[in-house]
Design a protein around this ligand. Structure first.
Ligand SMILES: [Zn+2]
Length: 363
């Protein structure tokens, strides 16, 4: 079922703020596991698995539904489209890819154009095209034809889906960031029908992470969790061009010790010490392999959620991923399965008296 969930999820279209297709997929599945499921005004889906006791602590586990994409910013008189990026789309790889434009009359295929290789000047051969200069070809001959096809300024687009299963239990596709995590959550729920925990467990499928990282905040305000466990991808460094850290595919999920986005945002995650140590113990006691992750350049919701309420202890589990923010993201099914195991153990171990965070008596 895990691969079925992954395949179905990456085929869905859900650029930031337009997550409805994903919501329609996840919502009925969440309903199978709890009466208490609802969608907030931004589109966050909140599932509650109550503890048998009342007034217990609350753990919120989350992953985001949205994906990176594009928005049409200008239509040229000769029928070509100009685009802007939604989220951190890798511009290095764009020319030649196919995108699905979400037109008013349905999906329109567009090709991201590139000069004929034969005619590229030697000095331009190795440069990366700027987004401003890129154009989309939908086969239209005029702006009028573009409008007739249901495309206008403001039309969203995503990478065309191209799900692949590869040797060594590697799967490849667009939007595995963060739908791989949603597949993990669905499989976890399927395998944990009679789960019992001394804490209330909330599972949130969140919106708009790729655009502003904060789409999840209304859910945090509503739930007021005592701790938050984020599940998202992290770049693996196991291809010939990656060397920053030792995270690789297939050696287990990564436990995040630091992520940070310096580009104007100045935000990141330094996880709560007790929660981190609890997580380490969970992996070690259950003999589930895990990897240690430090990833500058990465930012996740927990960079902001930790400031909510009176401060929330946070921790991140990450899925090692090759070729992040491209249509060919790759993850290992072994890592996903180990992550499901780790989530089960994490929840099982949450006893009433466990406390995360620095608050308390220091006398
Ligand atoms: Zn993500």
């Amino acid at each position: 079922m895990l691969t079925k969930y992954i395949k179905e999820l990456v085929d869905l279209v859900g650029v930031s703020s337009r997550e409805e297709e994903v919501i329609r997929y996840i919502f009925p599945k969440f309903k199978e596991y709890s009466e208490d499921v609802h969608v907030d005004k931004l589109g966050n889906i909140i599932l509650k698995i109550p503890s048998k006791k009342e007034n217990v602590k609350k753990l919120m586990i989350f992953a985001h539904m949205d994906e990176i994409g594009f928005i049409v910013r200008k239509i040229e008189p000769d029928g070509f489209l100009r685009i802007e990026r939604i989220g951190g789309v890798s511009t290095q790889i764009l020319p030649g890819f196919v995108i699905d434009l979400l037109g008013k009359k349905g999906v329109v295929k567009g090709i991201i154009g590139t000069p004929a290789h034969h005619f590229i000047k030697p000095e331009d051969k190795f440069s990366v095209p700027q987004v401003e200069k890129l154009y989309i070809d939908i086969g239209a001959k005029s702006d009028e034809e573009v409008f007739q096809m249901g495309i206008d300024v403001g039309t969203f687009g995503v990478f065309e889906s191209r799900y692949l299963e590869m040797p060594n239990r590697i799967v490849c596709g667009k939007a595995l960031d963060d739908r791989a995590a949603l597949a993990v959550i669905l499989q976890f729920l399927e395998e944990s029908k009679n789960i019992s925990c001394e804490w209330d467990i909330y599972i949130v499928a969140a919106v708009m992470e790729e655009f502003n990282i904060r789409g999840i905040l209304p859910a945090v305000h509503k739930i007021k969790p005592d701790a938050m466990l984020g599940i998202d991808i992290t770049p693996s460094c196991d291809t010939p061009d990656m060397y920053y850290n030792d995270v690789v595919l297939g050696k287990g999920p990564a436990l995040c010790y630091m992520n940070f986005h310096g580009g104007g945002t100045l935000a990141g995650v330094l996880p709560d010490k007790q929660m981190l140590e609890y997580a380490e113990k969970i992996f070690e006691n259950a003999a589930i392999p895990y990897q240690r992750e430090i990833s500058p350049g990465i930012i996740t919701e927990n960079a902001f959620t930790l400031f909510e309420n009176e401060g929330i202890p946070v921790c991140n589990f990450s899925i090692p991923t090759r070729y992040t923010h491209t249509p060919v993201e790759c993850v290992s099914l072994d890592d996903l399965e180990m992550l499901i195991q780790a989530m089960k153990e994490f929840i099982k171990g949450l006893k009433e008296d466990i406390h995360f965070g620095k608050d308390g008596d220091y006398e």
